[in-house]
Design a protein around this ligand. Structure first.
Ligand code: ZN
Length: 354
């Protein structure tokens, strides 16, 4: 009996220890008036650090991986600037999407395709890394991904390269309080930080402000990039790409039913970050795609959102879907080198497709 009690007790302790290990949270930077506060959760203990907002750019935060120190990295806080909607493209571009919290695979894919080295240094020269949305939900390392891209964005720019992060439907869901796909561990972390989950990414946080500066659509050289696609409802509005971003950006945080009616096609399933028509309803799409490319002076549309077994092109190479199942360990991206197109994966396998 005593032995059984002891075993039960040890079991409970192990369970508690495991639960505590999972109660780690990467840093969140909160702003209130002129004060910045960094909250981190380490083995269930909250660590707090404050400094004046005016000193933000002198400040570095640490993203740590308990038990795996070689993965740790530092992030220098920066002034947040809005991304351009249209940019020239470099000769080398890597397009990724829908990694949804699978940090380990993202890290591996970037290292094995020489975008970064083992210490997260940018090694892609003047190459461009384009993320077509959906960093949030399902996986357990969303915040780590956000901080890594935030960091690489500055470091790429210093070396002549660039990082573009586009907003997908899961970003908008999280920013507007639709939390259906958030991993429960994130709610636990927020509670321990004495916050609601939504506060972790609201407008008074560094990551929240950074995400709200991002676009839903960008033209990078000949590539029209977004998360879902352009529906006929959106195309018929005859808006410039800049106007689409300017129209939608201020409303990322708004609950869908509170949006003004004129915005509905930009937030419902016709929206550039929700549309699935290219794949789910191919009738008439070719014409729509040709009209879209012609309207925006682009040659190819790059999207994620609709899951495929491999990165591939559709409609005679006019549309590329780059969303593979990262959660099943199948992380792929589209690498463009000059006029050549390659599927690349987390192991560094590179297969020419065009
Ligand atoms: Zn999506």
């Amino acid at each position: 009996m005593k032995k059984r009690k002891l075993v039960k007790c040890i079991g409970l302790l192990l369970l508690l220890a495991t639960a505590t290990i999972h109660l780690k949270a990467q840093p969140y930077v909160f702003y209130k008036k002129n004060k910045a506060t960094v909250l981190t959760l380490d083995s269930g203990i909250v660590k707090k650090e404050s400094f004046p907002v005016s000193e933000k750019e002198k400040h570095t935060i640490r993203v740590n991986f308990p038990g795996n120190d070689s993965w740790n990295f530092s992030v220098k806080l920066k002034q947040i600037l809005r991304d351009s909607t249209q940019t020239k493209s470099a000769d080398t571009i890597l397009f990724l999407s829908d990694m949804e919290g699978e940090f380990a695979l993202l890290r591996q894919l970037l290292i094995n395709n020489r975008v970064i080295d083992e210490n997260y240094n940018w090694t892609f020269g003047n190459g461009e890394l384009v993320i077509c949305g959906d960093l949030f939900d399902r996986g357990l390392a969303v915040t780590e991904q956000l901080w890594l891209l935030y960091k690489l964005e500055s470091e790429a720019a210093d070396k002549g390269g660039s990082v573009h992060v586009l907003i997908g439907n899961h970003e908008v869901m999280n920013l507007s309080g639709d939390l259906r796909y958030v991993q429960p561990a994130y709610f636990d972390q927020a509670k321990l930080l004495d916050k609601d989950y939504s506060q972790l990414f609201d407008q008074d946080t560094e990551l929240g402000q950074w995400l709200r500066s991002k676009n839903i659509i960008e033209k990078i050289g000949p590539f029209l990039c977004m998360h879902g696609g352009i529906s006929k409802e959106v195309l018929n509005r005859k808006l410039s790409l800049e106007s689409i971003n300017d129209l939608v950006r201020p409303w990322y945080s708004e609950w869908k039913s509170d949006l003004p009616g004129y915005l509905s096609d930009f937030f419902n399933t016709n929206s550039p970050f929700w549309y699935r028509g290219y794949f789910d309803n191919p009738t008439g799409q070719e014409k729509l795609i040709v009209a879209t490319l012609s309207r925006y002076g682009a040659e190819k549309i790059i999207v994620g959102h609709t899951i495929r077994n491999i990165v591939a092109s559709y409609y005679g190479g006019k549309v590329w879907d780059i969303n593979t199942d990262w959660h099943a360990g199948n992380a792929e991206g589209l690498l463009v080198e000059g006029n050549s197109f390659f599927r690349v994966d987390q192991n560094g396998q590179k297969t020419q497709i065009q």
